[in-house]
Design a binder for this molecule. Structure first.
Ligand code: MEV
Length: 310
């Protein structure tokens, strides 16, 4: 029996604009992981994928081309040179909230790909994992930039520009985040397509906002490289205003953002697709507990305090 894991993720700055070619920074969150376990099944049973958190049981040979986990499993097996239907029972579990901006889809697929390679004793690079997982991301994102599969497969902070190799990224000093869940599930594919519809209606306005988000990403990179947390916090706030202006914030997000700021966070923004999901608050050792308490009092379903480092 083999087991493989993959982390959740946050987008520090640059979501949505990254779909339109601007840079973004993302980081893994190892406090919440997806796990894939491969165990032998009776001869002739074929390959079954059981994703209990999604309420799915897939018989690989019969699963349709619209099943992301089956698509990624088939691609991985083809890459491994397996043409038959192996007698395996694959169990997928995830602690990462679904449709909440933390990369649950990418993490499940990444754990699955890693487990398949491990089962066959084949080493696999993060680049290959990321490439295979990207194929499943279009089901979750519509027009994915590739940032989620990349950060989850590499498992380290990255500077990401669509179509370019990711740059693993080392903050000068660890930063501390409070990640708070609005409890509202918001499928990425819906917000990404709503932004696309807005962009099609008014390209000039959206391109200008994406440029401004891109500038925030460059400035955030400098702040991270210089260990300048107050500057990074201000950039989180600026990014949130820009995200709100393209319609991907919501009342629940704004409520948590306001609560975290009032409790002393250096900066707060939604993270991922928005429309619900998670917010990230940049905190310090001295403010983390107060911000966590304020977020819970304001209705957060869960708050994770996590350092982000190399
Ligand atoms: C989702 O984590 C990030 C988005 O920018 C979508 C994408 O980049 O594919 C909203």
């Amino acid at each position: 029996m083999v087991t493989a894991t993959a982390p959740g993720k946050v987008i520090l700055v640059g979501e949505h604009a990254v779909v339109y070619g601007r840079p973004a920074i993302a980081a893994p969150v190892w406090q919440v992981v997806a796990t894939a376990t491969v165990a032998p099944a009776p001869p002739g049973a074929g390959c079954t994928i059981i994703a209990s958190d999604l309420g799915q049981v897939l018989q690989l040979a019969a699963a349709g081309e619209d099943e992301p986990l089956a698509v990624v499993a088939r691609l991985a097996l083809a890459r491994l040179g397996v043409s038959s239907d192996p007698d395996w029972r694959i169990e997928l579990r995830s602690e990462i909230p679904i449709a909440s901006g933390m990369g649950s889809g990418a993490a499940l697929s990444t754990a699955l790909v890693r487990a398949l390679f491990t089962q066959l004793g084949e080493p696999v690079t993060p680049a290959v994992v990321s490439e295979l997982v990207y194929a499943s991301e279009r089901f979750y994102h519509g027009t994915p930039s590739g940032i989620d599969n990349t950060v989850v497969a590499y498992g380290q902070p990255i500077w990401f520009v669509k179509g370019q190799p990711p740059e693993p990224f080392t903050p000068a000093a660890p930063i501390l985040l409070a990640i708070a869940d609005t409890g509202i599930r918001s499928p990425t594919v819906l917000t990404v397509s709503a932004v696309r519809a807005g962009w099609q209606r008014d390209r000039q306005r959206y391109e200008a906002i994406f440029d401004a988000i891109g500038a925030v990403a460059y400035a955030a990179r400098r702040a991270l490289e210089q260990g300048d947390a107050p500057a990074l916090g201000a950039l989180f706030n600026e990014n949130q205003v820009l995200l709100k202006s393209i319609g991907v914030s919501c009342d629940a997000i704004e409520r948590l953002v306001a609560a975290a700021r009032a409790a002393g966070a250096l900066g707060v923004k939604l993270s991922g697709a928005g429309g619900g999901g998670n917010i990230i608050a940049l905190v310090e050792d001295t403010t983390a507990a107060a911000v966590q308490a304020a977020l819970l009092a304001a209705g957060a379903h869960r708050v994770i305090i996590t350092p982000i480092s190399a």
